[in-house]
Design a protein around this ligand. Structure first.
Ligand code: FMN
Length: 153
């Protein structure tokens, strides 16, 4: 069984909606081969990160950056995880009002510090969460789960 960790932040529920679709996609694709752990960023910690063989990070864009609670996850885990998570495949999904690029860039920079390996372009959903957006999220979750199951990352 491969291990996929999904963490998310957010206040008004849109990132959570994206997260639920990401997770549904992963389960639909590979529930027999991939064990999923989906956690609010505040509840996720070092043990979860070390458990993970794949990581999906969900955040709103707040003030051109990731949610503070997602940054807090990185702040808490960076030093203890250093040199233990190199090469961890990851991808990002973002709920934004009208941009999202600042949050994506900030997470990408931090991910370089950990040595995570990007395996998909950041998925940015602007404005309302439409059915089309949820489909993209399900596809992201499915692609991550399929890649993990197949051992291609
Ligand atoms: C304090 C705050 C700051 C925000 N800053 C940005 C921003 O810089 N760029 C942007 O595109 N949207 C911005 N937004 C809009 C949110 O990204 C958007 O409403 C998002 O869908 C919220 O996700 P959530 O429901 O998971 O909290 C901001 C919202 C809040 C509350």
């Amino acid at each position: 069984m491969k291990h996929l960790l999904v963490i998310f932040g957010g206040q008004s529920g849109k990132t959570r909606q994206l997260c639920e679709a990401v997770c549904a996609g992963a389960v639909a694709e590979a529930q027999d081969e991939v064990e999923l752990r989906c956690l609010p960023a505040a509840s996720a910690g070092l043990d979860d990160l070390l458990w993970a063989q794949g990581l999906l990070i969900g955040t709103p864009e707040n003030f051109g950056y990731m949610a503070g609670i997602v940054k807090d996850f990185f702040d808490r885990t960076f030093y203890p995880a250093q040199d233990r998570v190199k090469g961890l495949p990851y991808a990002i999904f973002i709920s934004a009002g009208n941009d999202g690029s600042g949050a994506a860039r900030a997470i990408e920079r931090i991910a370089i510090g950990y040595g995570f390996k990007p395996v998909a372009e950041p998925l940015i959903v602007k404005g309302e969460v439409t059915e089309a957006a949820l489909t993209r999220c399900r596809e992201l979750g499915a692609a991550m789960a399929a890649g993990l199951a197949a051992g291609v990352f």
